[in-house]
Design a protein around this ligand. Structure first.
Ligand code: ATP
Ligand code: MG
Length: 426
């Protein structure tokens, strides 16, 4: 036997039992996004490296140490996307979608970051992103936040709290930056190497550190919110008042800065205490300067991304994962029964939206009726459709309830689609 090939570390297979949860989750999320008028967009997972460097920022964890970057055979530097916003804007700009348009878009798919794999933190993970392009008003920020809250409720999740902050505008950040550097310089002894390196290039990033030893310095640092001008404060207060009016609780966290450089004004994270230090299930904010920075006409924008693995872990924690997928019916075919007759009958059922599994073959030749009945039971199907030679010769099939009790009935094969309809109405 040859040696087994290993999967890439931090990249998971999603096996059928789990994939079923993913599908249900995706169904819920898709319906919910459509209810708010969001339209789907799908971008390539590979982009030019430059896109991420310019948008996320050169001095960030993602760009400095987490990107899967390589040179392709043609000599271009490409990167597996670590997040979706940059690519989505690139797509909107390069396809001319932004000309005077206001867009509500959602996207989903795998993202790639070379992080230390652990529960809730992987190297390939999946996000759903919602982005609103062309609206500058605070009510849009609030709607995006309230929307996420509605999703938690749809999913039966209660323990997710909202943290909110405002990063103001670039000029306000510049004033804060000077004060921040002065503060950090007084604590050089506690700063780790990375923080020292970032002290003058991107001190705001130091506030996003996960190093526990630096938390006291971070906690006593000058707060960006104290440097906001009137317009920024008004925006922040307007977001807050919509949330207040909706009775949606939140906590202002002045140290919340997010991991990318492109944010301004509103930033937020939805956090749970149930997943340890991988507690952020959704994060987002406004990025009014990014479209222009990527070569588009200036246009405000706001959005969030949610981590699917973390939400599924949380659903599992609170026992809200759906049960296994079960077909409506399972066909049991006796030896000698012509398979084409069976298959025609099953197609008639499927055309009515009834799910039917046919599994007449074993490893070596036809499976015995006994083993097919076993499989039918194990599948969780409501009914076994028993195709016995005598019934089929008479143009009939036996329908045996497997879960709900009740008598076996005999039905004409030609009538089976009618039976299917009545089955779905029950
Ligand atoms: P964290 O602080 O936990 O590293 P982040 O701020 O880097 O998260 P974002 O870039 O805001 O995360 O991505 C949005 C969401 O994607 C996160 O809130 C999280 O749910 C999820 N996410 C981010 N990185 C990973 C990862 N490596 N594995 C699994 N999910 C992730
Ligand atoms: Mg991160």
């Amino acid at each position: 036997m040859s040696e087994k090939i290993q999967a890439v570390r931090g990249m998971n297979d999603i096996l059928p039992d789990q994939a079923h949860w993913w599908e249900r989750f995706e169904d819920t999320v898709r319906d919910w996004l459509h209810a708010y008028g969001y339209r789907n967009i799908r971008m390539p997972v590979l982009e030019r490296t430059d896109l991420f460097v310019r948008s996320i920022g050169e001095v960030t964890d993602i760009v400095e140490k987490e990107m899967y970057t390589f040179t392709d055979i043609g000599g271009d530097s490409l990167t597996l996307r670590p997040e979706a916003t940059a690519g989505l804007l690139r797509a909107a700009i390069s396809n001319g979608m932004l000309r005077g348009a206001r867009l509500k878009l959602w996207t989903a798919g795998p993202m790639f970051r070379h992080e230390k794999p652990q529960k809730g933190r992987y190297r390939q993970f999946h996000q759903i992103g919602a982005e609103v392009l062309g609206f500058g008003g605070p009510e849009v920020d609030a709607e995006l936040i309230a929307m996420a809250h509605a999703l938690w409720q749809n999913l039966g999740l209660k323990d997710i709290r909202l943290e909110l902050n405002s990063l103001g505008q670039p000029e306000e950040r510049a004033a804060h930056r000077a004060a921040l550097i002065a503060h950090l310089e007084q604590h050089l002894d506690v700063l780790d190497e990375e923080a020292k390196r970032r002290l003058h290039s991107n001190p705001l990033r130091i506030l996003d550190t996960k190093n526990p030893a630096m938390q006291p310095v971070v906690e006593t640092a000058p707060k960006l919110i104290d440097f906001l001008g009137e317009a920024s404060l008004a925006h922040f207060n307007a977001v807050r008042s919509v949330l207040d009016a909706a009775g949606l609780p939140y906590e202002v966290n002045p140290r919340l800065v997010r991991g990318m450089d492109y944010y301004n004004l509103t930033v937020f994270e939805w956090v749970t205490t149930r997943l340890g230090s991988q507690g952020t299930v959704c994060g987002g904010g406004r990025y009014d300067g990014l479209i222009e920075q990527l070569g588009g006409k200036p246009n405000p924008a706001v959005g969030w991304g949610l981590g699917m693995e973390r939400l599924l872990l949380l659903l599992e924690e609170v026992g809200q994962l759906p049960g296994p997928a079960q077909p409506d019916a399972f066909a049991v075919v006796f030896p000698g029964v012509p398979l084409p007759t069976v298959m025609v009958a099953l197609e008639a059922l499927r055309a009515q939206g009834v799910s039917v599994v046919l599994n007449p073959a074993g490893k070596e030749g036809p499976a015995s009726p006994k083993s097919q009945f076993k499989k039918a039971d194990a599948s969780g199907a409501r009914f076994a459709l028993v195709f016995g030679p005598d019934e089929v010769a008479r143009g009939e099939v036996a329908i045996k309830p497997l879960r709900d009790g009740g008598e076996q009935q005999i039905r004409p094969l030609v009538d089976i689609a009618h039976w299917a309809v009545s089955l779905l109405q029950r």
